[in-house]
Design a protein around this ligand. Structure first.
Ligand SMILES: Nc1ncnc2c1ncn2[C@@H]1O[C@H](COP(=O)(O)OP(=O)(O)OP(=O)(O)O)[C@@H](O)[C@H]1O
Ligand SMILES: [Mg+2]
Length: 503
């Protein structure tokens, strides 16, 4: 059917024109199947389909699973994104769950269609699996049957720019956020069995299932909030870091006695950010070259942890033989080498990196590590406070209101040095609230007495002068203990002020 150039076709005449073209195409196909040789047939079909499609107001984007070498990110994103668009009209879905996965994975079944709307534009999605090749059991050389999977995204041609420039990036971004939610965190550690004189060390990964979160962590509330704010600000500031020409990394130094929650805080940070953790045990590494390779093999959006830095980097000692002779230079590993590499090359070839050092003895650390600007935040994890105890009691025993033993516990906590780990252990001993809290009171009293007796006994051994000195020291320790909360409050206020200044 033809239209003269002067006539304006009505919608119904356009429709009947398309219908008759489609019918002609089908008729032509059936005739061609019989009359036209196979290679020519394909050419004729595609030419006719092209002519037919140029009259359609709709545009279809074909999103294939792979480009032949690597996976198509738009396909992967569409697969994830479309799960959130399932409507009552969807008939068939595929579900699965991996052993370590958190949730069910839902995917469209082949042939399923979905409609999505973006800024008022209607978008039709279709998932297609086309089988190609035929596996002939009698012919060992027949090509294996393979499945080609792709999405078709159809919309009105006039929205092409909006869809390409805004909608597709929107789908990619949404899918990334959904993937992060579903992600199982990994903990990478060094495996000694992989150590080979030429290959060096390799990272081994296991799922990070540490349950510690900021909700379960007993620490000064203001300090906790300052850490959370700092992390949240860090991940949001990609453009800021770029603008000021700084590597997008952040360093934290966690210090405090054993059992105060340093490792738990690392896990809480990883769970909060959804970042993998690389646990670098420096004591096992002897060469800068190994260290560099390991650091370069860490991924973006990850936390690199070096625990007990005061013990593991007694580095200058490690470069000597027992007899004092120096070893050859290529087996050296130095703290300054480590820090320079972290500040330099490692930071510049990765994004969103967090590095955490932990120590029980901040005073023993190399000044190079404490130099301003090296670690962005120094976090003091200290003995259990009354507030920390209340949080643990609520988590471990489900106590939400005041208990008659609380006042006594509050008083005892001010006079003793007990770690959150010790308190937690005591609270786990019984499910009966009264029994567990009485157990804790006993522990605190014992600790208090041990402290007092210790000072008394020493007086006999060290004489009146020594005892006097020790009493003064003990008083100082107590006042430090009682004031630590105020100190951390002050330091976290300072941090918040500093953070607000930069925000
Ligand atoms: N602040 C805390 N809040 C909640 N639980 C804690 C806290 N500190 C310790 N715990 C409990 O004690 C256990 C041991 O604590 P963790 O390993 O985090 O201490 P640490 O400071 O890293 O000790 P170390 O210096 O010996 O490495 C944790 O698994 C947790 O159950
Ligand atoms: Mg630890």
């Amino acid at each position: 059917m033809m239209f003269s150039t002067k006539e304006m076709p009505s919608p119904s005449s356009l429709f009947s024109a398309y219908a008759s073209m489609a019918a002609s195409l089908m008729l032509f196909r059936s005739m061609a199947n019989e009359l036209v040789p196979h290679p020519v047939r394909g050419y004729l079909y595609s030419t006719l389909s092209y002519i037919f499609k140029t009259h359609s107001p709709m545009l279809t984007l074909v999103i294939e699973e792979s480009n032949g070498i690597s996976r198509n990110q738009v396909y992967d994103a569409a697969e994830i994104y479309l799960c959130t668009k399932i409507s009552p009209n969807t008939h068939r879905l595929k579900i699965s769950k991996s052993p370590k996965g958190k949730n069910l994975t839902i995917r469209l079944e082949k042939g399923e269609k979905l409609v999505d709307f973006y800024e008022g534009v209607e978008l039709k999605w279709r998932f297609i699996c086309a089988e190609s090749g035929q596996n002939n059991p009698n012919d060992p050389f027949s090509p294996p049957r393979s499945e080609k999977r792709f999405f078709e995204l159809t919309f009105h041609k006039k929205h092409k720019d909006k869809i390409m420039d805004c909608y597709v990036p929107y789908v990619l971004e949404k899918a990334k956020a959904l993937k992060d939610e579903e992600r199982v965190l990994k903990m990478y550690t060094l495996n000694n069995s992989h150590h080979h004189p030429y290959n060096g060390f390799k990272w081994d990964s296991i799922n990070l299932e540490h349950p510690s979160t900021f909700e379960t962590l007993a620490m000064d509330l203001e300090l906790k909030n300052a850490v959370i704010e700092d992390l949240d600000r860090f991940v949001k500031r990609k453009e800021f870091y770029k603008k000021v020409g700084r590597a997008w990394k952040r360093g934290y130094l966690l210090y405090g006695p054993p059992g105060t929650g340093k490792s738990s805080l690392v896990a809480a940070m990883a769970n909060h950010l959804n970042f993998d953790v690389y646990d670098l045990q420096l004591a096992n590494i002897f060469r800068d070259s190994d260290l560099r390779k390991l650091l370069l093999a860490t991924a973006n959006r990850s936390i690199l942890v070096i625990e007990d830095i005061d013990c593991s980097v007694d580095l200058p000692d490690r470069i000597r033989h027992g007899d004092g002779r120096k070893q050859v230079p290529d087996v050296q590993l130095t703290l300054s080498g480590l820090l320079n590499f972290i500040d330099g090359l490692w930071s510049s070839c990765g994004d969103e990196r967090i590095i955490i050092f932990t120590t029980n003895h901040k005073e023993r650390l190399d000044p190079a590590l404490l130099r301003p600007g090296r670690m962005d935040m120094h976090i003091h994890m200290s003995y259990c406070t009354y507030h920390g105890f209340q949080l643990l009691a609520s988590n471990y025993l489900g106590i939400s209101s005041h208990h008659h033993l609380y006042d006594e516990i509050e008083g005892l906590l001010k006079e003793t040095e007990v770690t959150p780990a010790q308190v937690a252990e005591e609270l786990m001993k019984s499910e009966d609230v009264d029994v567990a809290l009485e157990g804790l009171v006993k522990l605190l009293k014992r600790k208090k007495m041990e402290g007092d007796e210790y000072e008394g006994e020493d007086e006999k051994k060290i004489g009146p002068q020594g005892a006097k000195r020790q009493k003064t020291e003990s008083k100082q320790r107590k006042s430090v203990r009682n004031n630590w909360k105020n100190n951390t409050k002050r330091s976290s206020k300072r941090l918040s002020a500093k953070a607000n200044h930069y925000a």
